[in-house]
Ligand binder design. Sequence first.
Ligand code: ADP
Ligand code: MG
Length: 273
Amino acid sequence: GVSMPRPNRRRVLTIANQKGGVGKTTTAVNLASSLAVLGLTVLVVDLDPQGNASTALGVPHHSGTPSSYELLIGEVTAAEAIQQSPHSDRLYCIPATIDLAGAEIELVSMVAREGRLKTALAPAALAGVDVDFILIDCPPSLGLLTVNAMVAAQEVLIPIQCEYYALEGVGQLLRNIELVQSHLNPDLHVSTVLLTMYDGRTKLADQVAEEVRKHFGDRVLRAVIPRSVKVSEAPGYGMTVLDYDPGSRGAMSYLDAGRELAARTATMNAQET
Ligand code: ADP
Ligand code: MG
């Protein structure tokens, strides 16, 4: 198949936006699936107790399954929690179960509470699964789970819904990213913004897109994800849209987004050497 450059150092992206329903989970699983189609090996870490990313990747996540919860509290290793998605041999998931709902509070009293995910995902901990990308799906809050995701990553990907109040809360998100950067993880930066649920028939969608591009410049991917029924149906079948309907506009646009994201690896590799 198509082949994209493999990163010298694996790329870890946190998919964050404390607003719910903007397409974080949809983006995590479909971008992951796209990158896998492009020949890269990808791990999705589900950090939302709802476990929607795990569902979409077709990975079991009933209570008691070794998951991101046990990983964070140190009961299992990443190698014990990782599962392969049934639809691709390059796509992996550390699922989330409902047990994660209490973690936000449990973590408060733990040592190194902000760095637990980073430590747990150390390359050696993945025991032979050589991943190129890790995408972390965050819950809709800026609590300790999201902070753990930001400490584990170098990059933040912000999905922005082309709707009213699209930029609401983004200022707060950016301030949190700066805090994490100055106190916990100097590497962290917003590398990528993806416009989601774009409806080309509305003037509003174009206005939002323009405003976002003015604000974030070339960090905004040229690919825009359209609002599409296929995208919203796919998780109900335990699939990403790339498996559910590979020819659909939703699938093609996520593939375009994945290609753009992966193409940036070449620049990163060059800067490191
Ligand atoms: P978040 O993780 O930010 O809460 P989701 O990814 O769960 O957001 O998306 C919220 C809802 O919108 C879900 O029901 C999802 O299926 C739907 N959705 C997301 N992206 C699209 C899209 N491009 N077209 C249609 N529906 C979408
Ligand atoms: Mg979600």
